[in-house]
Design a protein. Structure first.
Length: 382
């Protein structure tokens, strides 16, 4: 629970959603996921960062949580459709539809598009607080003991919060007014073409993220969860979890790499343990004081953490391109990446979704194949 905590609560903090509802939804979503995957996929589901930009637009700017819910429901529908396609046509064929030359740049755009929020809107309010939070999170990631390296963001937030409190930057007035108990209420959807277009295409990226996490999980637990219970069940579980979470006022759900790290370190692979963490998250989500306490965290603290987190998201996109050996000397690949970067960063609202669609269209319509760079050993052998 501590491993997912920092990242999960950052999403409602940035988008305007309820922190309590988000914690509650992550626990419920994880239990639903385990039910659908028959307890054979020991993964925890937390807040997805891929949807921060559109959620911020519709919740914080337009003050329309009902439209945000509709967008997230459209995401769950995409998950269901892809699950049916994978079952019908086979795992390998469907995977080829979304090429790495599109996925990698889109993931990078997700991180880069949030750079202004991290730096200008939050860190710049008090740079010393942001730097302390960032430095502690970096040190915890690199030189801390194993237990600390599992929760670097949470450590950075705690130390940054204490530093901000000592310099008088924490406002506790809202904490006293917050209710002790906070029961999430259902938010009914209001569908519009704009919100569906803004969110539904991003599901293609998070599906690839899920696939990557499943491959990592396979290596950790030494069995293939894409075969048993099967990747379609993973998709359905994630889609239903997102559907229910959205109705509860939470963000989209995704499997968490942080918790895969916990599995690798502890070597405890029981799904019951993760289900226990989900129950604890539900209990925390029922306490309004917990959400109010999180909202007392100064923006500069979250800004410092966001610099690291959003930067890592951008870097993961680059890593994906490298690992898949995408040949950027191939002009078509270079054009696809160029179009995705400029549309994704240049359009402030629906840029990520439109960049994903544009990248796929260019890739599949423009002639020319996706070449892969040869590995050095391949060239030497030749």
């Amino acid at each position: 629970m501590f491993a997912m905590f920092g990242s999960t609560v950052l999403v409602p903090y940035l988008t305007g959603l309820s922190v309590s509802a988000t914690l509650f939804a992550s626990g419920v979503g994880t239990l639903i996921f385990h039910l659908i995957t028959r307890g054979k996929v020991p993964a925890y589901l937390g807040s997805s960062f891929a949807f921060i930009a559109p959620l911020t637009l519709y919740v914080a700017k337009y003050h329309s949580p009902s439209q945000a819910v509709a967008g997230l429901i459209s995401v769950s529908i995409v998950y269901a459709i892809v699950s049916i396609l994978v079952t019908t046509f086979g795992f390998s064929r469907i995977r080829k539809v979304i090429p790495p030359v599109v996925v990698g740049p889109v993931v990078s755009v997700i991180g880069l598009s949030l750079a202004g929020t991290a730096v200008s809107s939050m860190a710049a309010t008090h740079w010393d607080v942001a730097i302390v939070s960032l430095a502690v999170a970096i040190l915890a990631s690199l030189v801390g003991p194993k237990q600390v390296r599992m929760i670097p963001l949470l450590i950075g937030i705690i130390v940054g919060y204490v530093y901000a409190a000592l310099r008088g930057d924490v406002n506790f007035s809202g904490l006293a007014k917050a209710p002790v108990l906070s029961v999430p209420h259902f938010v009914w959807p209001h569908f519009t073409a704009g919100v569906v277009l803004a969110m539904a295409p991003i599901a293609l990226v998070t599906i690839i993220e899920d696939l990557g996490h499943m491959f990592v999980l396979n290596a950790i637990i030494e069995r293939d969860v894409t075969v048993d219970p099967g990747f379609p069940r993973v998709l359905i579980g994630n889609g239903v979890a997102t559907f229910v979470a959205s109705l509860l006022g939470g963000p989209a759900q995704t499997t968490y790499a942080e918790n895969l790290g916990v599995l690798a370190i502890t070597r405890q692979f029981s799904s019951r343990i993760i289900e226990g963490a989900a129950v604890l998250a539900i209990i925390l989500g029922l306490f309004g004081k917990v959400g109010a306490l999180i909202h007392t965290i100064p923006p500069a603290v979250m800004g410092g953490i966001s610099i690291l987190l959003f930067g890592m998201i951008a870097a993961m996109g680059i890593r994906h391109v490298i690992e898949e050996r995408v040949d950027l000397s191939n002009m078509k690949n270079l054009i696809v990446v160029s179009v995705i970067f400029i549309i994704g960063i240049g359009l402030p609202n629906n840029g990520i979704a439109l960049a994903t669609l544009a990248g796929l269209l260019v890739y599949w319509i423009v002639p020319g194949g996706q070449a892969k760079a040869e590995r050095p050993e391949t060239r030497e052998t030749a």
